[in-house]
Design a protein around this ligand. Sequence first.
Ligand code: C2E
Ligand code: MG
Ligand code: MG
Ligand code: MG
Length: 286
Amino acid sequence: RAKSAGGNRAELADPEADARAITRHGLTTALPTALERGEFFIEYQPLVHLGDGSVRGAEALVRWLHPQHGVLGPDRFIPLAEHTGLIVPLGRWVLEESIRQARAWRERHGGQAGPLRINVNLSPCQLGHPGLVQDTVDILERAGVTPDALCLEVTESALIGADDDLLKPLRRLAEMGVDIALDDFGTGYSNLANLRRLPVSILKLDRSFTQGMQRFPADPVDLKIVEGIVSLAHSLDLAVTVEGVETGAQAEQLRILGCDTAQGWYYARPGPPERLHDLTLVDSTG
Ligand code: C2E
Ligand code: MG
Ligand code: MG
Ligand code: MG
């Protein structure tokens, strides 16, 4: 029996891998039309100040409403878009759409440079694209939004060993007043001293650190590591945001450790932009 099963498997040549490859191929070829047809949409997840619990902004997270497969998360298609170069127009669309949303939020705050800022993820391909700075300037100007309403998130791994050519556009944006956050911090192997070279003003501690805090009592070594990162970040004038906060106990622990801002399911899952109206209203009245 074992022999015939083995034979069968060889004949079928891993049907699941085939299906995955077909889907990958299908998704890749469908990407450009998906952008034209408006199948992408953005969910927003609030960023909460740990000191006073107020909502300070939101991260824009792109999704694809695929006509056959339903809603696909970015992990399914961002790598494909990066591979084909579609990430550049897609990323531009995400930026434009979320800046438009930031403007709508600001208008709710009497048109002032209200507290709500928008965080947008930038992939390494976008960083290397020569149009990045001008596109960003144009999008902000068209929407009538000041650069301080925008924070661009770049992963630590994208900036490890980045040469000056790659950092130049980020520096220009930072000089204009756009905040740059180092996303998924702690997952790469960047030299901490290297941080001084990067035009970043925010560290986003990766979810893996927060996960370590779910156990109670939390591993004292985990706590020491986070404490060390926070104090290093603060001594370099960097603010610390933590991602993946799922419980109140974690939030309290991270607040005690000195983290500035938090994001996670404990506060809200990513959702439609209207949800941010409610959260903000609740916060400003309470
Ligand atoms: P990220 O930038 O690190 O975003 C945080 C991810 O953690 C999001 O996953 C979010 O939904 C998830 N998350 C938030 N809170 C919690 C929590 O409490 N628990 C858990 N388990 N997860 C939480 P998502 O939306 O699937 O996005 C995955 C990644 O895709 C993002 O990671 C980002 O790197 C990338 N991405 C998303 N949107 C864009 C985009 O517009 N452009 C580019 N280039 N990348 C994007
Ligand atoms: Mg991010
Ligand atoms: Mg992140
Ligand atoms: Mg992450």
